[in-house]
Design a protein around this ligand. Structure first.
Ligand SMILES: [Zn+2]
Length: 196
């Protein structure tokens, strides 16, 4: 459920929704409430905003995308960050990774993860877990993807560096396996060969 404020989030939890998206205006009691009910919380704190700002000219004039709306969005950025930081300290809160990626931000999900670590102060391993096993669990797919274990889909990447030291290393993907089949580097080598 895409809910921004305390009342909409509480109602969503009570109605049985399994994950709250955004929550930029939540307070501590509501975060505790979400945690107590075992509901996932996916705070979209960076990419969705940044993408709107970068593509403002394309959005302005469509529906309720107005100057006033954009001004509201700018005010929400620091609020969303502080809710995220509150969330990090909320006991038992299942804070999952997500971006609410809209047109213009597809393929850029990692930027939100980098922001969560560098600007939000999230522990890098916790951030990676939020985007893998916890994300899978939030989708009801926790028994087949998101972890490296016998019987799971082998969806794997290898990195050129240690993302726990520098989260941006996640951009330097040197190997991709999807469902047990190697997708890359073969493809990039082939592309390299065709260039030569
Ligand atoms: Zn949304």
């Amino acid at each position: 459920m895409h809910a921004h404020g305390p009342e909409s989030a509480r109602r969503s939890v009570l109605a049985g929704c399994t994950s709250i998206e955004h929550g930029a205006l939540l307070d501590q009691p509501t975060l505790d409430f979400i945690a107590e009910h075992g509901t996932f919380f996916d705070p979209n704190i960076d990419l969705v905003f940044r993408n709107y700002f970068e593509n403002k000219a394309h959005f302005l004039g469509i529906g309720n995308y107005t100057e006033e709306g954009f001004a509201q969005m700018e005010k929400a950025v620091p609020k969303a960050l502080s809710v995220f930081q509150m969330g990090l300290k909320t006991k038992g809160l299942k804070m999952v990774f997500g971006t609410d990626a809209v047109a213009g931000s597809h393929g850029r999900n990692l930027q939100e993860l980098v922001y969560r670590v560098q600007k939000g102060g999230q522990d890098p391993m916790q951030a990676i877990v939020s985007a893998t096993s916890l994300a899978a669990e939030s989708l009801g797919l926790g028994a087949s993807i998101g972890s490296i274990a016998p019987g799971y889909e082998a969806d794997l990447i290898a990195l050129d560096g240690d993302p726990l030291r520098d989260i941006t290393v996640l951009e330097r993907v040197s190997f991709v396996m999807k469902g047990g089949k190697i997708v890359s580097p073969q493809r990039s080598q082939r592309a390299q060969r065709s260039k030569n």
